[in-house]
Design a protein around this ligand. Structure first.
Ligand SMILES: [Zn+2]
Length: 319
């Protein structure tokens, strides 16, 4: 009796699971491509303090077929030298962190702040020489998505962020923002991306607390907004001791609404590892998770686009 009941429940689950999006037939071409496709890591941290050495960065990239990397801080000359045309150099994260640690969140919006002064003075030169391609990772709101002592909430459209956008706009550069979805942010980012049409906004982690529909709304309004998918699987939750499956994908695969978003806007999404927070030794795990739980659920052409073709285009990288 009990056995037949279990069988019945199992049969019922198997019947409704596809409708719920719990099981998805995978295209064998996608599965194979996902294992080996070259990846541009748009959220590759190389911290100055306690960060990996340049040899270690090159080695972990080679092992995982990560051909290009960067997009966030810290900006380091040794990494730039080691990666050359494969690097996506970004400034501003160190200055942002230093301001916050020394003076608190209110100082982050003060344009005359001593910690931003040198960067604002030198940034145009750095763009012109190609030693930076953008700014990031700039945290304006990580109230519900960052380590506790590092949390803050400031308005995204503020004089300092505006200055980063203004400079990037002159060089077709990018600003990578770590912020959270809410109504105020939506207004701010639509205003900034309209005022500075040559600046590309990259939303870290594809906008924590945002639904795929919120991203679709922004993508439809503005051509110069993209996002990167780091920390949206199980691994980062586990490392942060958050007891829930990944926001966009998990061991059960890519959530259908995220899949729909990515297939609708394959030119707006990129990939990242985000081994922040002392998690450098988990780099290969972060990439393996992307290659097994996320990419196989997409069309082959989409996999190539989000893995590296978008990055080649927007950062003008060497193939
Ligand atoms: Zn980060």
């Amino acid at each position: 009796m009990a056995t037949s009941l279990i069988k019945l429940i199992a049969f019922a689950m198997a019947s409704i699971a596809p409708a719920l999006g719990l099981t998805q037939a995978l295209d064998p071409t996608s599965v194979e491509l996902a294992k080996t496709v070259p990846i541009a890591d748009i959220h590759m941290h190389t911290y100055q303090i306690n960060g990996p050495g340049s040899a270690e960065v090159v080695e972990r990239m080679t092992i995982n077929n990560i051909r290009w990397g960067g997009g966030v801080g810290d900006l380091r000359a040794d990494i730039a030298d080691a990666l050359r045309g494969r690097h996506i150099p970004a400034a501003g994260q160190r200055e942002f962190a230093e301001t916050f640690i020394r003076q608190g969140p209110n100082a982050l919006v003060e344009i005359d702040n001593v910690y931003f002064r040198d960067l604002f003075r030198d940034a145009r030169d750095m763009f012109a020489k190609g030693t930076i391609k953008g700014f990031g990772e700039l945290h304006t709101n990580n109230e519900g998505s960052g380590p506790q002592p590092f949390r803050r909430k400031i308005k995204t459209d503020n004089p300092v962020i505006r200055k980063f956008y203004e400079i990037a706009n002159e060089f077709g550069g990018f600003v990578q923002l770590h912020t959270q979805h809410n109504a105020e942010f939506t207004e701010d980012i639509l205003r900034l991306s309209a005022d500075f049409p040559n600046t590309l906004t990259i939303l870290s982690h594809c906008l924590p607390h945002g639904q795929p529909e919120d991203l679709a709304f922004l993508f439809k309004q503005r051509k110069n907004i993209m996002c990167e998918m780091s920390a949206t699987g199980d691994l980062h939750n586990r490392l942060a001791r958050v007891n829930r499956p990944g926001r966009a994908y998990s061991v059960d695969g890519l959530r259908p609404r995220w899949k729909a978003l990515i297939e609708e806007f394959p030119d707006r999404i990129m990939l990242g590892s985000d081994t922040c927070c002392g998690w450098d030794r988990h780099y290969s795990e972060a990439i393996a998770e992307i290659r097994t739980n996320f990419l196989p659920y997409l069309k082959p052409a989409t996999i190539e686009q989000i893995a590296y073709k978008n990055a080649l285009r927007v950062f003008k990288l060497d193939q």
